[in-house]
Ligand binder design. Structure first.
Ligand code: GLA
Length: 369
């Protein structure tokens, strides 16, 4: 029973200013049949805002971000809303071997490489094209990453299609091809606070369900120890709806690395290595905000999801409308292959070879009860 008749859709695209280097940047507005709205910029493929209804039908922005392009260009970056590549998450010491050759990647998260390196896909300008699909309005972004960029082998052609479906889903479909063997692991880094503007400053009261009976413990630099550990009997058991903040103070070592909190890959039970990325997305996670009634579901065909509770937000990142984001201001659900997979041949493969097409499709679905 939405009481908000959709306002007339915002004009699209609009200018999002110029980069420090002087290149004009656009922001595109996708508006679905129900009035939900996603604003996406071709700088970094960033989802700048995402308006979805609460239980009374009020449309509110539920993602963290900045008001302007300069905010997104600032360093260090929390990667608000960004397209992440070529490799989401960390690779130990930025090193891996492929077909007997050693590669050294740019190091930007000492001593490791994180989210594609110093200038990952989140800081690149993408070519954009708005399209209308039977499912809803969409934006197609393309980028060609040159051979050797950030140390990665192969010229990688990437297409990312963002669709705001008429079922209130933000769907991301990624495709990539290469001219040399390489590694690929693309994702999106949206930070959600389902309270919207009625934010309490943190998401500790949100109830999370993660369809994962194992998680990946890490060392102090967030590199996997190698083990897939059962969540049963640990504060990582989200197989039943549990408040995100309920066990943050538990004396469990994995919760107290670095700034503390969840920043781990959960091993998704729905993943089937036999069908892998060609499989239809399955339900991986659900997060519900009892205050607004909003529920977010993540559907993906990836083997893992990084559940991150904004642990590095420390009040130094200024955000939209004068907001200063503090620890646990938001949560991320980043569907992906496991961190450091290039150094773990026993895990689902992230290798892409000439002639093959990398594909990953996932969506965030919004409802309200
Ligand atoms: C990911 C990582 C975190 C952090 C954020 C960005 O979620 O797992 O450790 O680096 O990105 O701040």
């Amino acid at each position: 029973a939405a009481d908000t008749a959709p306002a007339s859709p915002a004009p699209t695209p609009q200018s999002f200013g110029k980069t420090r280097g002087g290149t004009p940047v656009q922001i595109y507005t996708l508006t679905n049949r129900n009035g939900c709205e996603a604003r996406i910029t071709n700088y970094g493929g960033i989802v700048v805002s995402l308006k979805v209804p609460d239980r009374n039908g009020h449309l509110d922005d539920v993602v963290l971000g900045h008001d302007d392009l300069a905010g997104y260009e600032a360093h260090p970056s929390p990667y608000f809303g960004a397209m992440i590549g070529r490799y989401g998450n960390r690779i130990a010491q930025g090193r891996f071997a492929l077909d007997g050759r050693d590669y050294q990647l740019a190091l930007n998260d000492a001593p490791n490489t994180l989210h594609g390196g110093k200038q990952g896909f989140d800081k690149r300008l993408w070519d954009a094209r708005e399209i209308t699909t039977p499912d809803g309005p969409a934006l197609e972004l393309t980028y060609t990453s040159p051979d050797g960029e950030e140390g990665y082998p192969g010229k990688l052609g990437v297409k990312a299609t963002y669709t705001l479906t008429n079922n209130d889903e933000l769907r991301l479909a990624f495709e990539a091809t290469t001219d040399k063997p390489t590694v690929v692991n693309l994702t999106n880094h949206s930070y959600f606070d389902l309270h919207g503007p009625a934010s309490k400053g943190d998401i500790l009261d949100h109830e999370a369900t993660l369809f994962a009976s194992k998680f990946i413990p890490v060392d102090r630099t967030s590199i996997p120890l190698g083990e897939l550990r059962p969540v049963a009997g640990t504060p990582f058991d989200f197989t039943k709806p549990t408040k995100i903040g309920a066990r943050l103070g538990d004396p469990y070592e994995q919760l107290h690395l670095g700034p503390g909190g969840y920043d781990h890959t959960f091993v998704l039970d729905g993943y089937d290595p036999k069908t892998a990325a060609t499989a239809a997305p399955f339900l991986a996670a659900r997060v519900h905000d009892p205050a607004s009634g909003r529920t977010l579901e993540l559907w993906t065909s990836e083997p893992g999801v990084q559940f991150y509770t904004g642990n590095f937000l420390d009040g130094t990142f200024s955000g939209k409308k004068g907001n200063v984001y503090k620890k646990h201001a938001a949560f991320c659900l980043e569907p992906q292959h496991y961190p450091d997979s290039p150094n773990h041949p026993e895990w689902p493969s992230v290798i892409l070879r000439p002639g093959e097409t990398y594909r990953s499709t996932f969506f965030y679905r919004f409802t309200a009860q």
